[in-house]
Ligand binder design. Structure first.
Ligand code: NAP
Length: 291
């Protein structure tokens, strides 16, 4: 049995910090670790009763549930290999990073060798969803892992689904990232078109955002894009990483991702120009011909 009140959190970034904060609010968070130690210290100073661990072995040994939210596949692999030797038999590792489904499958197999339950649990909903605890969480793993993860998942998200065995959560997230790229592209095209027509664009965003073409992206990013502001958010470099994962998965599955391919090319231009750490809505820099 996993003691969920003893949850440790690894990776206090734009998503991880508010997710850990919600675990704390639910009375589940025991300890945190972050590669840049100052971030963990800041988090603990703002959250009573949370222990800052000095290293990954420490947080692994003292937590019966570990939630990980780091950047990319190699980062996840490094964290999993560092924690596994120190995790107790029967404990649970929940990975909320976005990585390839093959990486999740490989990490699940490594966990099984250590008698640790694995759940890939990538999230959608942006930093706003992470702060509000309203994330959509797509899970892959055994029924036992999904059941054991419920208290933590419910503290962090609002729409929690078990998609299948290990890797199925990440495969679902890949579909989500393709959709996000296409919506970003469509919003870019529509805003530039509206501006070229000389329309009152803030009003246009309100009007179309409330109709059948409304979507999260235009509602949360449309007006800032028009002002040339790109508040983070979700970094260009991270979505580019996701789209490369999607391309590899599509190549294997024989699927075509024309929109994602085009967006990835434009993200490449942004990253080359030094905008990789900006929000994905900065795609409007390319649409406007600034990059
Ligand atoms: P972020 O703000 O860049 O934070 C990344 C976190 O991972 C930081 O805590 C960083 O530590 C840690 N990290 C990176 N590499 C590491 C390594 N090798 N070892 C240990 N820790 C490492 O990124 P984020 O926006 O929170 O995204 C985190 C994950 O969630 C990504 O996989 C992303 O694709 C996914 N995601 C993001 C969003 C979003 O809207 N931002 C939405 C859904 C999913 P340092 O503090 O030391 O850098």
């Amino acid at each position: 049995m996993t003691d969920t009140a003893n949850t440790g959190f690894i990776g206090l970034g734009a998503m991880g910090a508010p997710m850990a904060s919600n675990l704390h609010a639910a009375g589940l968070l025991g300890a945190v670790w972050n590669r840049t130690a100052s971030r963990a210290a800041e988090f603990a100073a703002a959250h009573d009763g949370v222990t800052v661990c000095d290293d990954l072995a420490d947080i692994a040994a003292t937590s019966s549930v570990l939630v990980v939210c780091v950047s990319a596949d190699d980062d996840l692999r490094a964290v999993v290999e560092a924690v596994l030797p120190h995790m107790a038999s029967g404990s649970l590792l929940i990975d909320c990073s976005t990585v390839a489904s093959g990486t999740a499958e490989a990490m699940a197999a490594r966990c099984a060798e250590h008698d640790v339950l694995w759940l890939d649990a990538p999230v959608s909903g942006g930093t706003e969803g992470a702060i509000n605890g309203s994330l959509s969480i797509m899970c892959g793993g055994s029924d036992d892992a999904f059941a054991a993860a419920q208290p933590a998942l419910q503290a962090m998200g609002a729409n929690i689904n078990h998609m299948g065995p290990a890797g199925a959560g990440q495969a679902t997230k890949a579909v989500n990232q393709v959709l996000g790229a296409g919506i970003n592209r469509a919003v870019n095209e529509a805003l530039a078109f509206g501006e070229s027509l000389g329309l009152p664009m803030d009003k246009v965003v309100d009007v179309v955002g409330a109709g059948a073409s409304g979507n999260w992206f235009i509602n949360h990013r449309g007006k800032t894009m028009l002002r040339g502001e790109y508040p983070l958010g979700f970094k260009v470099a991270l979505h580019a990483k996701d789209l490369r994962i999607c391309q590899a998965m599509a190549a294997q599955a024989g699927a075509k991702l024309a929109l994602s391919d085009a967006v990835l090319q434009d993200f490449g231009k942004l990253m080359d120009a030094g905008f990789g750490d900006e929000d994905v809505s900065a795609l409007y820099r390319v649409t406007r011909g600034e990059v």
